[in-house]
Write a protein that binds this ligand. Structure first.
Ligand code: NAP
Length: 304
């Protein structure tokens, strides 16, 4: 029996681990991939205080070491379902393993949203990518497009200019959603151009991506743009499949908590990108994790 079972080993889960273990709670983190979650796919992190610039995998490893240093156990595995009611919470992993905890912190984050157009699945890994850090180097001196107008599209689009000959950012509106500093960088980058008010309707290729079909959202005018790569950054979806139907999810599938990271079910807390929250950053994830762990601590105290 653990005091706390933390689902997910991204920044929120790892920070929760540090705070839980330092409160003498017997703590395990369950993670299906590498420590760090989305940080693993982020080359440059420059807005996590204390680190002017650090690569995501390095920050991930530092946080992982930090948590295990204080005695957090690390369990590789994928969560299949959670029995949340009652005083003993049971986490079922794919493969049949079971973990039991007094409190659960849900921190399984979010994953890239698909664009949902023909050719996207077919050419995934053959020109279509959701990770510039992973795949950018394959596009040295090639032409790529980036779909989206948020922080990810601009940050990753700018990163891709290290490799690509040109980067065309295609946005469905005439105004970007991204932070001004990222907009300024992209506007000042000679390798980046923009196509506004335009949707990608089809990804076309022959073994690998060759072009995208476009439609202007205002005029309906259709066109084709030759490209070697399509990087898709149209937002994220919460990893809450294993909680489907639960009352703690909102209509979009994010977990609803109060300011103490507590859900409406006693002993069930949530932290990070999986929460219904206005800002999803590494720093907000770690902050959520700390609060969730301390709330879990106070909750377990009430059980004794
Ligand atoms: P996001 O903020 O949700 O932006 C998604 C973008 O994709 C929007 O511009 C949206 O257009 C567009 N889009 C959505 N669905 C689309 C569709 N079906 N077809 C075409 N375009 C579509 O997602 P994000 O940029 O991945 O950022 C996610 C979170 O991480 C945000 O909270 C962001 O601040 C954070 N983040 C922060 C940093 C940083 O601080 N350096 C870096 C990366 C991400 P509309 O604008 O028209 O809705």
């Amino acid at each position: 029996m653990y005091d706390v079972v933390i689902l997910g080993g991204g920044p929120s889960g790892l920070a929760a681990g540090v705070y839980a273990a330092r409160s003498n709670l017997r703590t395990v983190i369950v993670e299906k991939g590498l420590p760090g979650g989305q940080m693993q796919n982020t080359l440059e992190v420059e807005n996590y205080p204390g680190f002017l610039e650090i690569i995501g995998p390095e920050l991930s490893e530092k946080m992982h070491q930090h948590a295990t240093h204080f005695g957090v156990e690390w369990q590789q595995g994928e969560v299949e379902s959670v029995d949340m009611d009652g005083l003993e919470k049971t986490v079922h992993l794919v493969g049949g393993e079971i973990l039991v905890g007094k409190a659960i912190i849900i921190a399984t984050g979010a994953q890239p949203r698909y664009l949902g157009v023909p050719g996207e699945r077919e050419f995934s890994g053959r020109g279509v990518s959701y990770c510039a850090t992973c795949d950018g180097a394959f596009f040295r001196n090639k032409k790529v497009v980036v779909v989206g107008g948020g922080d990810s599209a601009l940050e990753e689009g700018t990163f891709l200019t290290k490799f690509a000959a040109s980067v065309t950012i295609i946005h469905r509106r005439g105004e970007l959603r991204a932070q001004p500093i990222l907009q300024d960088r992209a506007f000042n980058n000679e390798k980046i151009d923009f196509i506004w008010n335009t949707q990608v309707t089809d990804i076309v290729g022959d073994g690998v991506v060759k072009s995208v079909k476009l439609a202007n959202t205002e005029t309906g005018e259709e066109s084709t743009l030759d490209t070697d790569g399509v990087f898709i950054y149209v937002g994220f979806l919460p990893n809450t499949e294993y909680l489907k139907g639960s009352s703690i999810l909102n209509n979009e599938g994010y977990v609803v908590t109060d300011g103490k990271m507590a859900t409406e079910i006693p002993g069930i807390f949530a932290a990070g990108d999986i929460r219904d929250t206005p800002l999803r950053q590494i720093i907000t994830a770690t902050s959520d994790g700390a609060i969730a762990a301390m709330s879990a601590y106070h909750y377990t105290e009430t059980l004794d």
